[in-house]
Design a protein around this ligand. Structure first.
Ligand SMILES: [Zn+2]
Length: 414
């Protein structure tokens, strides 16, 4: 660990006084307006995770753009689907583009096409520039990621950069529903590439090397209906059993800093004067380490075996929605390079090495990756998943284009 830290310090100090690559910076400045034009175009298409028509339109548009940039482009229909409670019949397709160069290393670039917004939301959040902000539907999460990838590739292409064996772009259409159709492919691609760069937006001058693992618990209780005033033993009150289960599990992990569990939704009953025959509840679980999923599930199952009403039937499903991503040594090394790149522009970049609650597709890419995986390389902004104020900061376009271009060059270098 000590020698690793020394290496990081050494790399940082070597770069600390380096000025920016002026030609690249000028090219990034020239790319700002075209990138804003792309953002306006992408935000005008509604691409909620359950809106196949919009997703299809955006996918076609991106395929055309990637083709113009010289990629081998394909549309990948969802075939290997990990089904969760909220997985739609037909999740969105993926766009993959492969660029072949003359170097030896490979880099994977990730961003997603879908948003959390259902159709009809566009009127409330039309694209508009106001001051130093560009507002738009899904503009931070994650239309900017798509645009940033395209315009970074344009920058590198204009400079004749081909010192890589392969650059793969993957744009999926199901991130906001925990990537049921793209997770398997993202994991395979993560293992195949020497480095992974993921372009979710960010709220501050930071990039993430670690993200939270997210699971969902669904508990269904089946009892037996009876008149609420029936004699004892006539029914089995599913709500009583559910309440018992919630109370005996709610603090199971409260002394464990690595795990959080919170019951967040519950339903029961059909009428005020009927003992409820069914009851159900959902819990949100966050973990820091992959092995914690198994630990949480096992502990819940053994605890729930203690029933209040032995006649009630319990069914518990434990969905692994997203694995955690941990800050590995290769990620810290490339992260240090990112800090140095930001310093060239006079910015102090923060490396997030402990998860902060959120989960992303980078974690699927990291599952079997040997190289670095960096997340939140997108633009700065705010208001994601909100009702009317999602925006990106225009002054983050040039620095983030510059950083992405330099990181691809750094990761491609032997
Ligand atoms: Zn996102």
């Amino acid at each position: 660990m000590r020698s690793f830290l020394l290496t990081v310090l050494l790399i940082s100090s070597l770069h600390a006084n380096a000025g920016p690559d002026e030609a690249l910076l000028a090219a990034a400045r020239a790319e700002q307006q075209p990138m804003l034009d792309s953002l306006a175009e992408f935000c005008a298409i509604e691409t909620g995770s359950r809106e196949p028509a919009g997703l299809q339109r955006l996918a076609q548009l991106l395929m055309k753009r990637l083709d113009q940039l010289g990629g081998e482009v394909e549309l990948i229909a969802p075939t290997e689907v990990y089904r969760m409670e909220d997985t739609p019949e037909q999740p969105g397709a993926m766009v993959r583009a492969t660029f072949r160069g003359n170097g030896t290393r490979s880099v994977l670039l990730l961003a997603h096409m879908d948003t959390v917004y259902p159709s009809g939301s566009l009127a409330r959040q039309p694209f508009q520039l106001r001051g130093d902000r560009a507002y738009g539907l899904g503009i931070l999460d994650d239309k900017q990621g798509l645009a940033l990838v395209l315009h970074t590739l344009a920058l590198l292409r204009a400079r004749g950069f081909d010192d890589y064996a392969r650059i793969t772009v993957l744009f999926n259409g199901d991130e906001e529903i925990s990537s049921p159709a793209s997770r398997a492919l993202i994991t395979r691609l993560g293992a195949e590439h020497d480095a992974v760069l993921s372009f979710e937006g960010t709220g501050r001058e930071a990039i993430s090397l670690a993200t939270s693992g997210i699971a969902a618990v669904h508990l269904d209780v089946r009892g037996r209906a009876a008149h609420a005033a029936a004699v004892k033993g006539a029914g089995v009150n599913a709500l009583d059993e559910l309440a018992h289960q919630i109370l005996q599990t709610r603090r199971l992990f409260s002394n464990d800093d690595d795990i959080s569990l919170a019951w967040t939704q519950a339903r029961a009953g059909e009428a005020r004067n009927m003992l409820p025959p069914t009851a159900s509840a959902d819990a949100d679980v966050r973990v820091r380490r992959l092995a914690d999923f198994e630990r949480v599930e096992a502990r819940l199952r053994s605890t729930m075996a203690e029933q209040l009403l032995p006649e009630a039937r319990l069914e518990m499903r434990f969905e692994r929605r997203r694995p955690p991503m941990e800050a590995t040594l290769p990620s810290r090394m490339l992260g240090a390079a990112a800090v140095a790149i930001a310093a060239e522009l006079g910015h102090r970049l923060e490396l997030v090495t402990e998860p902060e609650g959120g989960g992303t597709d980078a974690a699927f890419a990291a599952l079997q990756a040997k190289g670095p995986v960096l997340e939140s390389l997108g633009l700065r902004g705010g208001g994601a998943h909100g009702s009317q104020t999602e925006y990106v900061r225009v002054d983050s376009i040039v620095p983030r284009l510059y950083m992405a271009a330099k990181l691809i060059q750094t990761a491609s270098r032997k």
